[in-house]
Write a protein that binds this ligand. Structure first.
Ligand SMILES: CC(C)(COP(=O)(O)OP(=O)(O)OC[C@H]1O[C@@H](n2cnc3c(N)ncnc32)[C@H](O)[C@@H]1OP(=O)(O)O)[C@@H](O)C(=O)NCCC(=O)NCCS
Length: 150
């Protein structure tokens, strides 16, 4: 099993990236209206990341570099058929490594409550205060933080 984390740049990877997000984070949750043309995806400090397994895209997230050595991890997803096999844990470790190379020391995530266990298992903890305003806040989400060891 060969994992690679790539910053999305070519057309084929963008298609897979959006397809995974649309199905895992919208359709599975009964949501419609996923927009694959949001300008936020193309900002230079927003890193749209695709996890590949033996060359096939199986997971996604976006890492937003806030410019103060902190970042926000958004919309983590692994394709339904690949879940429960440790790929999410690999994605988490590879994103942490990616963030470390950007010079970040702290990451934040707004975790949907039914996925909080995944974050707890991969080194995240709830924060009571100090989360960046850009993280957003809603009752059905937990604000969590992970420190990155240099
Ligand atoms: C959350 C998600 C990314 C996890 O990916 P995955 O490949 O299934 O995760 P892994 O198999 O690597 O699991 C890693 C650990 O997290 C735990 N875990 C995974 N999903 C969990 C969940 N929903 N609740 C509690 N624990 C969970 C696993 O038991 C495992 O722990 P262990 O290694 O101690 O046994 C995946 O389930 C997913 O895409 N879900 C739908 C989208 C979603 O909800 N994303 C989160 C948005 S905030």
């Amino acid at each position: 099993m060969n994992h690679a984390l790539v910053r999305v740049s070519d057309g084929a990877d963008w298609q897979v990236y959006h397809a995974i997000r649309r199905s895992s984070l919208w359709q599975e949750r009964g949501l419609t209206g996923y927009d694959d043309a949001r300008p936020e995806e193309r900002l230079p400090n927003h890193h749209s990341l695709l996890l590949k397994l033996d060359g096939e895209g199986i997971g996604t997230t976006r890492l937003d570099d806030l410019g103060d050595q902190t970042g926000i991890v958004r919309l983590v997803a692994v394709t339904a058929r690949q879940r429960g096999r440790g790929h999410g844990r690999v994605l988490s470790a590879m994103v942490e490594d990616y963030a470390r190379k950007l010079g970040l020391h702290t990451l934040f995530v707004s975790a949907v409550l039914d996925a909080e266990g995944f974050y707890s298992a991969t080194g995240w903890a709830r924060v009571a205060s100090g989360a960046p305003p850009l993280l957003g806040h809603a009752d059905s989400f937990a604000q969590m933080r992970k420190r990155i060891v240099p």
